[in-house]
Design a protein around this ligand. Structure first.
Ligand SMILES: NC(=O)c1ccc[n+]([C@@H]2O[C@H](COP(=O)([O-])OP(=O)(O)OC[C@H]3O[C@@H](n4cnc5c(N)ncnc54)[C@H](O)[C@@H]3O)[C@@H](O)[C@H]2O)c1
Length: 449
């Protein structure tokens, strides 16, 4: 294996590697583009033929990847995509970026990793490197990925190299991307770690690569990063509820605390946490912890507080309407912003969807506007009181649309929103983002979380 590792390192140094990226979504496509830009040959693999055709036309479906960046790489033959795993037989390195959602009962759903590894296993060449990048619980690389890849009679460490390196992409973040975010790398052995570090050194400077002792540390590192956010957001969400009761403005409190130059980092309340990391990943760890008879109380408590926020938001709307003598039943409510965060197009697990679902369940007439999300599908009913699943399309945002609402709920403050204009034309605005505190308001028609 020493020879194979030396060969891999030499190929990486001279950029003669072929890299396969498996799963071309929010993580995989930007990564494929970064590797191709770094000068190596990239083959993307995805089960979605529509995505494959789109990429091969040089068109991007991921907002953080402009087609203008993708097209020249496709035209130069540096990046191509397909559904067939056979192409991996020519790859020196394979990076797995498939989804890791949870099941309805909030247990890890590793079926995508399993399926990708089963398809990949027959095509891992001798001396090739496999890196798992999907977020998951500690132990996945060695307990799940390794046995599947070894099944055709190959042995990890002897016949191929294996490592875990967490993905840290932050969709919509203009400052940090794959090229300037430090990488954490944990290999199953020294040669695997060396090879994975050499691979990622194509993207970031070598001093931005942090080696850890093994995949379990790297897997846990990613979960710590996300749990850190989840717990701190939950803390301010709980304080927001208390401040509401004590009639203290939580936003003013946080802005004041944030003037401390050390020992404090501001987190902000909101209508809940969304996306496929912060509301999902902590559950991976609490599930795994049970195998060790360990109960992750912080994680559970944070999830409980954060998942109560859509209901708190709806209750605040109901109270505000009540003060105007209006019931929530039959009230017209427009939700502004349904992506899971500002300036992105991804509504997965977005708290705004839970807000809409709860409002519908309580009899309100709900519509939404989001310039980045043309339509959404609300979950099917979970209980007898819930409405059935339904599809909603974004309505145009005009003065007339705002004027006919009983309440407008600003759930995500996309930069495309003209907040003073929204303030001016909304009869009642529930601001779940805190953004309105930056604008003068002379009417008592704004409530904030
Ligand atoms: N999106 C983020 O901001 C982010 C950040 C950090 C980590 N992650 C993690 O990265 C992983 C991928 O997330 P994502 O947001 O890119 O998911 P995604 O849903 O955007 O993309 C996943 C892609 O994998 C493809 N796929 C599914 N099964 C496959 C298979 N068997 N073979 C090949 N392709 C397959 C899908 O068609 C899809 O194109 C997850 O574990 C996620 O938790 C995501």
């Amino acid at each position: 294996m020493g020879e194979a590792r030396a060969d891999f390192l030499e190929k990486a140094r001279t950029k003669r590697l072929t890299v396969a990226i498996i799963g071309l979504g929010y993580v995989g496509l930007p990564l494929a583009v970064e590797f191709a830009r770094a000068g190596v040959q990239v083959r993307g693999i995805d089960v979605d033929p529509h995505r494959i055709q789109t990429i091969n036309r040089g068109e991007s479906y991921i907002p953080d990847v402009p087609s203008a960046d993708l097209l020249p790489l496709v035209q130069a033959g540096r990046l191509s995509a397909g559904t067939a795993y056979e192409a991996c037989a020519q790859a020196d390195a394979m990076v797995i970026c498939v989804p890791t959602p949870f099941t309805r009962m909030k247990a890890p759903d590793l079926s995508y990793i399993e399926a990708a590894c089963r398809s990949l296993a027959p095509h891992v060449g001798r001396g090739a490197l496999v890196v798992l990048q999907s977020t998951t619980y500690p132990g996945t690389t060695e307990e799940l990925v390794r046995p599947i890849l070894e099944s055709p009679g190959r042995q990890a460490g002897r016949d191929f190299l294996l490592a875990f390196s967490p993905e840290r992409i932050d969709p919509g973040n203009k400052q940090y991307g794959a090229h300037n975010t430090p990488k954490v790398v944990g290999g199953i052995d020294g040669p695997s770690c060396d090879a994975a570090c050499a691979l990622f050194a194509l993207l970031v400077p070598p001093d931005q690569i942090h080696r850890v002792s093994g995949p379990r540390v790297a897997e846990m590192c990613k979960l710590l990063e996300n749990i850190f956010r989840s717990v701190n957001i939950a803390l301010v969400n709980e304080l927001a509820k208390l401040c509401d009761r004590m009639q203290i403005d939580i936003w003013e409190v946080i802005d004041a605390a944030a003037t401390k130059p050390f020992g404090f980092m501001p987190f902000y309340p909101g209508p809940g946490v969304g996306g496929h990391c912060i509301p999902v990943d902590p559950y991976y760890l609490s599930w795994k912890a049970r195998e060790y008879d360990f109960y992750t109380k912080f994680i559970e408590l944070a999830a409980e507080v954060n998942s109560s926020m859509p209901f708190f938001t709806v209750n605040r709307i109901a109270e505000a309407l009540n003060r105007q003598g209006k019931p929530l039943q039959g009230a017209r409510i427009l939700v502004l912003g349904v992506a899971f965060k500002r300036d992105i197009d991804d509504p997965r697990n977005a708290p705004a969807l839970e807000v809409m679902k709860t409002l519908l369940g309580r009899g309100a007439e709900v519509s939404y506007h989001d310039p980045h999300v043309p339509e959404v599908r609300l979950d099917a009913a979970r209980g007898p009181g819930d409405p059935p699943g339904r599809r909603l399309v974004s309505v145009p945002l005009t003065e007339d649309t705002l004027a006919v609402q009983d309440c407008v709920c600003l759930a995500v403050a996309h930069s495309a929103f003209d907040i003073p204009w929204v303030l001016k034309h909304s009869p009642l605005l529930m601001d779940a983002t805190g953004v309105t505190r930056r604008f003068p308001q002379d009417r008592g028609t704004v409530i904030r979380l």
